[in-house]
Design a binder for this molecule. Structure first.
Ligand code: IK2
Length: 428
């Protein structure tokens, strides 16, 4: 009998939206508003620190550092985030640095989810939560955010997408162990407000759930809204792992530095996964991120703080993209956070007819068509849904606006030309 090669835990997790769409975006030489990465440089003090770290001939920063996080980085993270969580953070026990937020999430899922455990995932969700749950032997239980358009004439907003708490609670069983939260949410840009988070936290406490809170876009919250960390709410610190990313914080996604915060009683298990998988992440990048936080700590919240400047720049880009998408009849949802905005593409159905294969969600077909025929890349929102729910949300695509103005203008040019040639209905 032929020997089975592939481990069973890989069943059903072989497809990956980023692998597929990054390659297509390159193949069609698109203007790329698809994958979420800035096409501009990180702040120069951070790139200089990185460069110095690896070129200084007396430096040991090309070598291994502490496995669970370079000492200056865990110290800076503890100093920066302790007050934000309302906790005195011990850099050695309450902070783990891993290979991007992906690495931190992987450690969290592997460390906390066991065979047969149920994991509540709020849809739409950053796609990796599903395979990470499955690879740990867990079962995904999905609870949807549903759009409830405002009746006061306001433009549609990501925050019109609400969670039905009764529905969430009804999905909890004796097997439920973890709830996964993502705020600001990718792909919607929804920022959960304090009341929503308090209600979610009451449910976590009542049912003794752990929470994995992915907050990689924590600094990118618009229109004066505040990012609230669920771990800072009563009863939540001891049951929450909060995940962050230097890639998103310092516009340096290629550096792959991410972290997890939490109580030692949870984090010690993540350290076991980390030490037995990646063990360590690039010292030079950690040093640069440490220096970045040291600098921003001194000017946190002030106009020259990088987090403030990036947020303000991105809010302008968001407004501009919203306007541009509206003009071509795409019906965007105003994003309240992150660097993504989704838009309804229903109006294009007459021009880009749905595929004959009913199993292919329309947005998936549409985004591929747009890459091939219009050289413009975006991401289908159905990629952020579980298989049974993909078709319900197949009329939205996601645009990324953390791009140079020249890139956004190139996208506008494509959209406007397309719109002027198109026969379908335009924006009202
Ligand atoms: N969590 C969320 C919510 C993310 O968005 C990401 C990065 N994803 O960006 C790709 C995209 O959506 O276009 C991560 C985690 C992973 O972060 P890192 O790059 O630090 O591993």
């Amino acid at each position: 009998m032929a020997r089975r090669i592939q481990a069973r835990r890989l069943e059903g997790v072989d497809k990956n939206i980023w692998v597929e769409f990054v390659s297509l975006a390159a193949q069609y030489k698109t203007v790329n508003l698809g994958q979420g990465f800035p096409d501009f440089s990180p702040p120069s003090y951070a790139t200089e620190a990185f460069s110095k770290a690896i070129t200084d001939e007396h430096s040991l920063l090309n070598q291994y550092t502490r496995a669970f996080g370079h000492p200056p980085l865990v110290k800076a993270l503890a100093q920066m985030f302790g007050p934000l969580f309302g906790q005195e953070l011990n850099p050695l026990t309450n902070v783990l640095v891993s290979v991007g937020a992906y690495g931190a999430l992987f450690c969290a899922f592997q460390a906390l989810v066991d065979e047969g455990d149920e994991v509540i995932i709020i849809e739409p969700f950053f796609d990796c939560y599903e395979p990470m749950t499955l690879m740990a032997g867990g079962q995904c239980v999905y609870v949807p955010l549903r759009p409830k358009p405002a009746d006061d004439g306001r433009p549609p907003s990501s925050n019109d997408w609400r969670l039905d708490l009764a529905e969430l609670e009804a999905k909890i069983t004796k097997k439920t162990k973890v709830l996964v939260l993502n705020t600001p949410n990718n792909p919607l840009g929804k920022v959960f407000d304090k009341e929503e988070l308090e209600e979610i936290s009451h449910i976590c406490v009542k049912h003794d759930l752990l929470c994995i809170s992915d907050e990689v876009y924590e600094w990118l919250v618009y229109d004066g809204k505040q990012h609230v960390r669920i771990a800072s709410l009563p009863g939540m610190w001891d049951r929450t792992i909060t995940v962050g990313s230097a890639g998103k914080t310092f516009s340096a996604t290629g550096w792959k530095v991410g972290w997890a915060f939490g109580p030692d009683c949870l984090l010690k298990h993540l350290r076991v996964v980390h030490q037995n998988s990646v063990y360590h992440c690039a010292t030079g990048a950690q040093e640069a991120v440490a220096q970045g936080f040291q600098k921003e700590l001194e000017r946190l919240g002030q106009p020259d703080c990088y987090f403030v400047q990036l947020r303000d720049e991105l809010q302008k880009k968001r407004d501009w993209l919203y306007h541009c998408l509206t003009e071509v009849g795409m019906k965007p949802m105003m994003s309240q956070g992150s660097y993504f905005m989704i838009a309804d593409i229903s109006r294009f159905k007459s021009e880009v007819p749905p595929p004959t294969d009913d199993n292919i969600p329309y947005d998936n077909y549409f985004t591929k068509w747009m890459m091939k025929h219009k050289q413009l890349a975006s991401i289908p929102v159905s990629a952020f849904y579980s298989t049974p729910h993909k078709k319900q949300f197949e009329n939205y695509i996601r645009f990324c606006f953390v791009k140079e103005d020249a890139t956004l203008k190139a996208a506008e040019k494509i959209l406007k030309k397309w719109s002027s040639e198109s026969t379908g209905p335009k924006a009202q």
